[in-house]
Design a protein around this ligand. Structure first.
Ligand SMILES: [Zn+2]
Length: 392
């Protein structure tokens, strides 16, 4: 079977492959048909365990996983539901997730009564919003529905349900195996303690990246398909993953976490925020270690050599005249024109005090006030000023 890159279907495919001890490409529709009882048993154990049972109501709210009426025969009902799904693979219509012709045109009565759109996670979930759009059916094939439901075994909770998807198959195999191991260990180790299954999302991601060595980008999904419906996806790009790995290798990951920059990384705005999180502008101090600041600046704000040299020379000069407010003045610059104005002010006060020019010539002035690099230049000057703060 091929991956669809739908987070639920993909995770379900890796879960099925793990249970069947096969490679994902070797899993067939017949494998799924022939093992609905086994899948049902695994899902039953997971969704009724003390540690993970909260997941069932946030994943497939109205399925056999969670319906109160099935309290006494839940395992059989889950197995029956999986069986009904796979008995209805047809060849009439294309599926809008996997693109295969696996859908039967006229669905039999028992399919419609035992399985409806409530079970198609986050495609057409059983919520008011989705029921009010008047769609009665959606072309999603039984294979994708079953795999989507199996993704439950890879779900964990961090406020909402958390799922990961990486282009890297090895990462996904590793993640799925890890989920199974966690379940087996915690099931027996918790010895009756009703554990809170909430995981610390950022620690989990860091641990996954370091241990599973995923070099490709990672998508992080947070969902709730229960009463308080929620859906969110964030992308950790391959560059960010590489950077995280390097931060970890330098022994700086704890500080990076403490500073709250992981959140900015997940939001995709690390480049615009790192200086503001690492510098206390009022006190003119570095909040965390100099090493972390230098590393992030080096990785996130690359400027060419001549520009760097000009900036370093200017900053040294400014520090010499003891401009205590320079850093905060620069931080408060809100647009390009104000930036140019500030450079001119610095130029004037420097030549007043030292009887020489801050910038050597017009060319240097043009380089340092390059409009398209304005933001990076501003950041680099703030960085150099704080590094030279001993003389500020
Ligand atoms: Zn499909």
């Amino acid at each position: 079977m091929e991956r669809t890159y739908n987070v639920f279907v993909d995770n379900g495919l890796f879960v099925a492959a793990n249970i069947l001890d096969k490679k994902v490409e070797d899993v067939t529709i017949n494998d799924l048909k022939n093992n609905t009882k086994l899948f049902g048993e695994k899902v039953y154990k997971f969704t009724t365990s003390d540690r993970y049972k909260k997941i069932s109501s946030m994943s497939f709210h109205n399925s056999a996983f969670d319906q109160p009426a099935y309290r006494t025969n839940r395992k059989e009902k889950i197995q029956e539901q999986f069986g009904v799904i796979m008995d209805n693979v047809g060849e009439d219509e294309y599926c809008c997730i996997c693109g295969n012709k696996n859908i039967e045109f006229s669905k039999p009565e028992n399919f419609l009564t035992k399985l409806n759109r409530a079970f198609i996670i986050n495609c057409v979930a059983d919520t008011f919003y989705n029921h009010s759009n008047n769609l009665s059916t959606v072309n999603i094939c039984p294979v994708c529905i079953l795999l989507g439901m199996l993704s439950t075994l890879n779900m964990r909770k961090s406020g909402y349900i958390v799922l990961f998807n990486s282009m890297n198959n090895d990462f996904m195999y590793g993640l799925t195996q890890r989920r199974e191991n966690e379940f087996c260990q915690k099931q027996f180790n918790s010895s009756g303690v009703k554990g809170d299954n909430t995981l610390e999302l950022q620690n989990e991601i860091l641990d996954l990246i370091v241990k599973e060595k995923g070099k490709d980008s990672l998508k992080v999904y947070k969902v709730n398909n229960g009463k308080g419906e929620f859906y969110n996806e964030e992308l950790l790009s391959a560059e960010y993953i590489q950077l995280l790995y390097e931060i970890y290798s330098e022994g700086l990951i704890y500080e990076f976490n403490q500073s709250g920059l992981f959140y900015n990384m997940l939001k995709g705005n690390l480049n615009r925020t790192y200086l503001y999180k690492l510098i206390d502008f009022e006190k003119c101090e570095i909040k965390y270690s100099k090493k972390l600041l230098i590393m992030l600046e080096g990785k996130l704000n690359k400027l060419n050599k001549s520009l760097n040299e000009i900036i370093q020379s200017i900053c040294k000069k400014i520090c010499k005249i003891g401009c205590k407010d320079c850093l905060i003045q620069l931080k408060n610059v809100s647009n390009y024109n104000k930036f140019v104005e500030l450079i001119l002010n610095w130029q004037e006060s420097y030549s007043d005090k030292k009887q020489e020019s801050l910038l050597k010539n017009q060319e240097e002035f043009d380089i340092i006030t390059d409009r398209k690099n304005y933001y990076s230049i501003k950041n680099k000057i703030m960085f150099e000023l704080i590094l030279n703060k001993g003389v500020l």
